[in-house]
Design a protein around this ligand. Structure first.
Ligand code: UD1
Ligand code: MG
Length: 455
């Protein structure tokens, strides 16, 4: 049985933040949630989370039936952290340790470490371009593993080594327990270092396998805001590459952010500075203009989202045209070939097929029938300060500019609202509703004059 221990108790003082390090976001998800997902991917039967700093907040994020949290009261080092959880593991299990601040560790690298742990202790190392800050792997003249030295305990020569300890370690639970008990804190930081167990095992003549990952970038840890930013950019670049390899046209791979799952059909085009959050689906032929933010929404075939548009929790159907500068809020459904133009805000509204709201409008809690037209400056008054009400427009309704539709109200199919009306009563099919003060033209009216102009 495989059990995974995830270390997430540290403060992360190098982040200089009041938020626990493992709760900082990468691609829109807490660092520790990425690691939790990977633990499940490798088939962990039980997941042990070591929490300490900001324990309640971390626990709230990781809570799940397959996760047990263990409190590390004082953060005395990574070895001490594993000691808090190891006694809850079955003595027959293989135990895999993952660090909550190494978010992109890949299952392909882990599978090999887990296999190696069937015959002793195993760790994952990697050659990285900039090893500063990491523990370095020490080898003898023949290349055999000697141990891991932390940056702060390392000599200048050792610091030049580029093979780092990724933090990933796997071992049979019983052997692991035995070496953890023998850890001391006789080092520069006065901490119980986890990698010391490997040295103890080697000195005992036990097998220690060092698996080298060729996915160096996935092994990077986050200790500083700079490392978080670097990892985010690397990850986003990789996500963009993956989409491009499926034929998605991305104008600039470094100016797209995917904070969740983005599914794309054929011939999708994504312009610069676009952010996708949660689960977003772009069907074939969709184009997303520059500077759009799209969250948890489906965009139908051939729909066009023009620049500076914000869409959240909406369903946009085929051939629709949205924006520029539109805001589509949760609960909105925009049917086929409908059009939403600039400075239009829509919330919890169904806009029917080929309906239009082309400029400057607010539609909240409304049903707009197909081919209806909502003029510029029109708003639905859906809220009386306590309750919300619906506005219902039938098919081919025309609402003149600057109208105020006071809900609950219905304008039946073919209804026509004169510009500038405040509609409080229902309008029957094909009726014209005029609800505004009559124009009065006054003859012989004299404009007020300034004092110096008086005759
Ligand atoms: C650690 C390794 C280093 C390795 C690097 C890989 C040790 C001593 N050092 O260094 O060899 O190259 O990771 O990224 O293991 N944590 C606890 N309790 C503690 C201390 C830490 O839960 O008492 C957790 C942290 O929350 C973090 C992880 O363990 O998720 C690693 O701790 P961190 O302080 O970041 O270690 P590094 O200095 O990065
Ligand atoms: Mg770290």
């Amino acid at each position: 049985m495989l059990e995974v221990i995830i270390l997430a108790a540290g403060h992360g003082s190098r982040m200089q933040s009041s938020t626990a390090k493992v709760l900082h976001l990468l691609a829109g998800q807490p660092l520790v949630s990425h690691v939790l997902g990977t633990a499940r991917e490798v088939g962990a039967k039980r997941i042990h989370m070591v929490v300490g700093h900001d324990a309640d907040a971390v626990q709230a994020v990781v809570t799940a039936p397959d996760v047990q949290c263990h409190l590390q009261q004082q953060q005395l080092g990574t070895g001490h952290a594993v000691q808090q959880a190891i006694h809850n593991c079955d003595s027959e299990s293989t135990v895999l340790v993952l660090f909550g601040d190494v978010p992109l560790i890949h299952r392909d690298s882990l599978d090999e470490v887990i296999r190696a742990a069937s015959s002793g202790m195993a760790m994952l190392s990697s050659h990285v371009p900039d090893p500063a800050g990491y523990g370095r792997v020490l080898r003898d003249a023949k290349g055999a593993f000697q141990g891991v030295v932390e940056e702060r305990d390392a000599t200048a020569d050792q610091r030049r080594l580029s093979e780092i300890n990724t933090g990933v370690l796997a071992a049979p639970a019983a052997a692991f327990c035995q070496y953890l008990e023998r850890l001391t804190n006789d080092n520069a930081q006065g901490e119980y270092y986890l990698p010391e167990v490997l040295k103890l095992a080697r000195e005992d003549g036990a097998t220690v396998t060092v698996v080298q990952s060729d996915r160096a970038l996935d092994c990077l840890g986050v200790n500083t805001p700079q490392q978080l930013e670097q990892l985010e950019r690397l990850h986003q670049g990789a996500l963009a590459d993956q989409l491009m390899s499926q034929g998605v046209l991305i104008v600039d791979r470094l100016r797209v952010d995917i904070r969740g799952a983005l599914h794309c059909g054929r011939d999708v085009c994504i312009d610069v500075n676009t952010v996708f959050e949660g689960t977003v689906t772009l069907a074939g032929g969709v184009s997303i203009g520059a500077n759009c933010i799209i969250s948890n929404s489906n965009i139908g075939e051939g729909a066009q989202v023009h620049p500076f548009t914000h869409i959240e929790g909406a369903e946009i159907k085929a051939g629709a045209s949205i924006g520029p500068y539109a805001r589509i809020r949760p609960g909105t459904v925009i049917d086929e070939v409908a059009k939403v133009g600039n400075f239009v805000e829509i919330k919890n509204t169904h806009l029917g097929r080929a309906a239009k709201a082309s400029h400057l409008a607010y539609l909240g809690d409304a049903d707009v029938g197909s081919k209806s037209n909502v003029g510029a400056g029109t708003i639905t008054c859906n809220y009386d300060g306590a309750n919300k009400y619906r506005t219902v427009l039938g098919e081919s309704v025309f609402v003149g500019s600057n109208s105020t539709l006071v809900a609950p109200v219905t304008i039946d199919s073919g209804g026509f609202v004169a510009a500038g009306s405040t509609i409080t009563d229902n309008v029957a099919p094909d009726q014209l509703a005029v609800a505004r003060g009559r124009q009065r033209n006054v003859d012989g009216w004299r404009r007020p004059k300034k004092p110096e102009e008086t005759d």
